[in-house]
Ligand binder design. Sequence first.
Ligand SMILES: Nc1nc2c(ncn2[C@@H]2O[C@H](COP(=O)(O)O[C@H]3[C@@H](O)[C@H](n4cnc5c(=O)[nH]c(N)nc54)O[C@@H]3COP(=O)(O)O)[C@@H](O)[C@H]2O)c(=O)[nH]1
Length: 944
Amino acid sequence: MRRVINKLGATLSASLTLMLGLCATTLVFIATSRLEDDAVNLDFERRAALRTFTVQRGLEEAVQVLSVINHFYATVGDPTRQQFRNFTKPLLERYPYVRAFSVQRFVADDDRPVFEALRQGAVPDFEITALIDGKVERAPQLPFYLVVDYVEPLDGNRAALGLDLTGNPVIMQALEMALASGRPASTLPIRLAQSSSDQRGLLVLQPVYRGGVQPDNPAARRAAMTGDTAVVLQATELVQKILDGAGLLDDDQISLRIFVGPKADESSLVYRHDSAMEQSHGQLTALGNLFSEPSSTMTSFDIAGQTWHMGISIAPHSVFADHYGSLLILLAGVISSLLGAAYLRALSMRSYRVQRLVEEKTAELRHTNALLSDDIKARRLAERALQLRHQAIEASANATIILSAQAPDYPIEYVNPAFGRITGYSPDEVVGQSIRFLEGRDSDPGGFETVWIAMREKREHNVVLRNYHKDGSELWNDFYIAPVKDDNGAVTHFVAALYDITSMKRYEAELEFQASRDTLTGLINRHMLRHHLDQAIGNAERQKQALWLVFVDLDRFKFVNDTLGHKAGDTLLRTVAGRLRAAVREADTVARLGGDEFIMILPEQDELTLDTRSLQRIMDAVAAPITLGGHTLFMTCSIGVACYPADGTDGETLIKHADIAMYRGKQTGRNNFQFYTPAMNEQALERLRIEGDLRSALDNNEFLLHYQPKVDLASGRIVGSEALIRWQHPQLGMVSPARFIGLAEETGLILPIGAWVLRTACVQCRRWQLDGHDDISVSVNLSVGQFLQKDLVISIADVLEDTGLPPASLELELTESLMMTDVEHAIGILTGLKELGVRLSIDDFGTGYSSLAYLKRFPIDVLKIDRSFVRDITIDADDAAITASIISLARHLKLRVIAEGVETDEQLDYLRHYGCDEIQGYLFSPPVPAEKFEQLLRQERAVV
Ligand SMILES: Nc1nc2c(ncn2[C@@H]2O[C@H](COP(=O)(O)O[C@H]3[C@@H](O)[C@H](n4cnc5c(=O)[nH]c(N)nc54)O[C@@H]3COP(=O)(O)O)[C@@H](O)[C@H]2O)c(=O)[nH]1
């Protein structure tokens, strides 16, 4: 019984022991499983953290590289394509995940053709393009473009060169972010123009500012932005290269998903790496419960303003593999005793603690290690960036100066080599000195003052300064200064960039000069004249003094231009311009209005009142002979004067009235000056009116000829006639040629009108001859326009042949000034006419600047004394003497001489006394119609 009880007890005890053993074993199994789970989770977290950290650090490094590029661009100013290439080449080698570096520039539509043409110098087919429906095409017209100006490497990125980014809202949004934050900003993933695959890329952008200094608020940054620098990253490739570079893609249990954007979903997925198990997903499903649930984690971080999400998961794994130990324990526990179970439990508890401790220490060590290596990496990066910046500053073409903010007068602490090249001063000469030593005596004192104020207020500033090079030459600088703060935000230094804009300033001054000057003569031009005139009128008004507005127009300038060519015409204008300038006072203004028109402003001065001698001086200056390419020219001018304030109180009116007066001068025989009178206005208006009618007068047969007899003083008989045109105007009645010949010359109508006169006069004269007046001749006035006609000789020969008039019966009257303008040319034409057999006469003789030396070279037959001398022959001793000398001169040169405008017997007696050959004038007859002239011929009486 006792044994039974003992057995039962033992059984019970054994059962109990067994039960206890089983319970203990089960408990040990569960605890061990948990321990194993913890170890697996810990390991996953460590692997995930390492990947997240590596990707984040790689991305930050890519953004940092952009800052280096941006700094280089800002420091160098506007690097050339080659400089940009040289700078980016080592960076591209060092950072293989960078797809490209690029520089964007704003281009206004107006500048587009010039910009494209300039860029085509380096890239022949360069043009501004746009990405339209996935294709790169010529960009449509926009007010401005943000053009990819440089991109490196060019291979593989060629399609991006010239691309206008303004049409890409994602890029423009990122640029806005960069402007708002003042830091580089990234786009969301976009399709790249240069990428043929579906892979998307990211652009990290950093604006470039005018002067290379970043303004401190968004509005100022927006205003100062000239473009941007960018780093182009192929998102998938980037992550792949970062992880691969760190050897983190070998783990076939880890799956990765990387998203860029506000949400981590399929649309923002940029990278995916599947574990080996996940790749054989089908088998997993079949094995079902034998595999554990996958562990996963999602971490988000910010890169250049965009949120990156990194999802990491570990593949489902075999329960057997993870819990092999615990299952063994379960098995052993079932078999082993309660003691073993108890021992196991004690052992496992201890092992759990030890393992936990080991894991914790290992994690701590890894973390410290990672921090240490991060620190080293960060230091290396910072050192590299610092070195790069230093090299960029040293290599910069523009001067960089660092000034102390803590000593009085802000002494210089550093200057780069460009400073020496630009200013001529070595670092030894300037370090420790105030930058003001660059100032010169006549520098604008306000310029540096503004720099000082900005430094006192510890803010950035930009100013254009006129400084001086060490050799004393002028040095224009675009000067930018900005404060440099330490880690606590205290301003310790100022950095200044000094751009040499001397040549640009010179060019500007040259342009300004050009804009105000007449390029041919160097005189001030029409535009600047208005400015001078307004000023002169203002002065005259204040001083209560007069001023003369003198309008000078060269006589027969067209003749020189047409006969000697435009080059000679230009030389003539330059000569005249110089003479006009020399003929007036320093304070007077001489301007060229255009063509052969000059304006002079002669203000009255206290000690000097205005007087017509100054006008005569101007005329004399123009009249001095001018030799041009073997030709000696005798130029004259017509002058019109309008007086302030009598003839106008504003510039426009004064010029208009002086022009009218000048025109009057032209009408009254040129080579004179005329003061404006209100009556001239009427004439100018009339001129406008008759100009229109003149064009149709010939077609309407409104012209007719009158003839004035020429009487031979020896025989007292009519020997010739002068054909003088008349215009029977339908409203104005008979219009004198004095009113329209000048106009006809100006408009070119003189050619058909002159041809009509010549033919009509020849027909008439021949008719008189056929009627029995065999000796009668006709003289016709030849105008400048006709004289310059290339086929003049031929056309006269044709008329003579057509009409049958013997050449000797035709006399051509040419004015003295017409022939004297270009003597050689005139001699050529006159010789041609002479060979035809016609007679040649110099009309209005004595009124021009005749040179007697030339006179004898002209093949002429007759001198016609101008009626202005004849008129006063009996009352003015000078006119009488001139007339007598002309007659004597003619005799000496074996020329016939005729006096026109003879109205009185006294005049006739005088002329007869001195041996004048013929006379013409009202004393015998005014010009009369042909029928009346015929009557005079028929009277056949000795008239004088
Ligand atoms: N190219 C051409 N010029 C022409 C032609 N016809 C005329 N003219 C020129 O027009 C100017 C004015 O001519 P007109 O009004 O006909 O005056 C002429 C005579 O009427 C005038 N005259 C003649 N005798 C006297 C006189 O005793 N007193 C006086 N006060 N005037 C007189 O002189 C003018 C002729 O001058 P000129 O030619 O110099 O001999 C005039 O310049 C004409 O030349 C034409 O067809 N073509």
